[in-house]
Design a protein around this ligand. Sequence first.
Ligand code: ATP
Ligand code: MG
Length: 460
Amino acid sequence: MNCNKPVILQKDIEVPRYVQAAAEMLMHSGYEAYIIGGAVRDSLIGKTPSDWDIASSATPEDVKKVFEEDCIPTGKRFGTSTVLIKGEKVEVTTFRMESAYSDGRRPDSVTFSKTLRDDVARRDFTINALAYDIRQNGVIDYFGGLQDLEDGIIRTVGDPEDRFSEDSLRMLRAIRFAVELGFEISPDTLRGIEKLHASIQRISHERIQEELSRMLLSAMPGKAFRYVYETGLMDYILPELSDCAGVPAYDGSPDDVLEHSIKACENIEARLDLRLAALLHDIGKPVTMSQDGTGRIRYFNHENVGSELAKAALERLRYPKATVDKVTTLIKWHMFSYEPSTKDKGIRRLVNSLGLETIYDLAKVKQADRAALGLDPGPGEKMEAFLKRVEEVLSRGPAFTETDLAVDGRDVMRILGIPEGPEVGRALAELLDMVLEEPDLNSREKLLAILKTMSGQKKP
Ligand code: ATP
Ligand code: MG
């Protein structure tokens, strides 16, 4: 293909008014301006673009002159300005050329260019290298992006190894775009990732996390993690999950723990904490695997070991504390088994310590685990019975905590005649215990009466 002569496809793309206005203003001042990247790609496949970017021959100084106070130089070093049109933001980026990347993360310097051709040549994938000319209603394609978009192919612009050596994050972006769009990665591009996978270590954990999260939230998280494993990237991103390959999911299982985990992740709703919990729920199995006296394979305590391993992995990937806490709790409890003989008090305590929301999420994780094992849909009989019991117990009175008690520490000190200290806490815990058993007791009058009898018992 002669890449100096682009293919031009006549096409009406619906460009928002404010984006058109920004491009028109640049062109009116004598500069070239095109809609570029994701917005063109998404418009052509009928997806609503998340943001609109303009590539222009105007330098950041030129852009400033055109838009005056409506121009904020957001990434001046990289040639990016944010332009405000009637309160809406458009990013205008000066045509750039690819320059040397000595660290595999970011270019050593940025060189502006005069031509659109140079600018699209430095973009990552052919489908992201399409430009739209709003005056001609034409999609400009230098690198076969239109064909790849039609065929559903992720392919680097130029030689995959060169492009992945420049910027290692592109390897994860290739997989992420493939699963977000439901595309395949071209064999050459895939080989490039296989060859250079170890260089992903140069990328910061934060940026890896961002790509991983988008893969997890895509329609095809399973496909994403199969790509991540097969290319070797997983050894550097989630080695804990790589270790699950070849370890049977249970004694006699046709799936290994890795495949089982991926299937679980495919069988849970698209919420980040739930998908992470499903993906990591069994990562404690490889280290805890043992054989019992009869030769059966067991994974004693794998939920607790797995929860610890997940904590380390998620913290390493810089997930926020709330996500880490939620995911590790779900993993820790994923083997929970309801005992119908549990007293109401025990049920209320459990609701107190886990929270109702986490209990329902736990049912979702169990359901995903079961679906991955090929069992019938639903969270399982025991979990269903547990959820029913929780509802029933809570319908008779809420799950109190100490702060919900109708009396407080001051009442305890006054009536028992004791100073501040651990004994106050013990008395409150005793009262809570009674209230959990019998919610009706939680009135000020009744609890004060109980405290008085306690005080009577204490005094000889
Ligand atoms: P989305 O916003 O849905 O992730 P996008 O294509 O808009 O998709 P961005 O990350 O917003 O992706 O980047 C905008 C454009 O910038 C891309 O379409 C691509 O042309 C270019 N680009 C972004 N990151 C890179 C990179 N690491 N290497 C080369 N080009 C890139
Ligand atoms: Mg974008």
